[in-house]
Write a protein that binds this ligand. Structure first.
Ligand code: MN
Length: 190
């Protein structure tokens, strides 16, 4: 039994940081249950959630965590850490493909088909539809199983250390997004 970990995802009004509010956060402990939380924006008064996201003893597992972590930093004023990102892990080991989206990853690694039909829907609505709740839940229900498979592949390919370094930097990459360096590679020559 490893340290505590929780799968985390969020839904927003769109993909533009600073324009589109954070609406919903989904959590799963990896036990088959998902918790879909509608946030009380614009107050974002969610002390338990903020404590969990910043808890150094709880690993937060994301898929493309960069966006969620930036959203949490901007709206909840919390630096999410420590983190794991299944998209980064996938990029580091599934070098035989460029399909690293969650749906493709789950299909390839876990042989499960998830629906993405509710991805573009009104997450700011006062009441979420059963279809939205089911979709939101599916985005966190497979992250623990994905992590287990991807960790085995990372170990096999000798890239666990590289992955760990990327995960440690990820919250800072998100902070750069929030601070005004969104699409700039800070390591690039020009
Ligand atoms: Mn999602």
């Amino acid at each position: 039994m490893g340290a505590a970990s929780v799968a985390v995802d969020s839904e927003t009004m769109g993909l533009m940081l600073g324009r589109d509010p954070l609406c919903v956060v989904q959590l799963s402990a990896g036990d088959g249950d998902a918790h879909v939380v509608r946030l009380n924006r614009p107050a974002y008064d969610a002390p338990n959630l903020k404590r969990l996201l910043g808890d150094p003893a709880t690993l937060k597992i994301f898929h493309f965590g960069r966006f969620d972590i930036a959203m949490f930093l901007l709206h909840l004023q919390v630096m999410t850490a420590p983190v794991y990102c299944t998209k980064i892990a996938s990029r580091l080991v599934r070098t035989y493909t460029d399909r690293h989206g969650l749906k493709d990853l789950i299909k390839d690694v876990l042989s499960v088909d998830i629906s993405k039909t509710q991805q573009s829907s009104d997450w700011g609505a006062a009441r979420l539809t059963p279809e939205q709740v089911a979709y939101a839940a599916s985005d966190v229900l497979y992250l623990h199983a994905l992590k287990a498979k991807l960790d085995a592949m990372l170990e096999r390919e000798g890239r666990l250390g590289l992955a760990q370094a990327c995960f440690q930097f990820l919250p800072h990459r998100a902070a750069l997004d929030v601070a005004g360096w969104p699409e700039v590679d800070i390591f690039a020559h020009s």
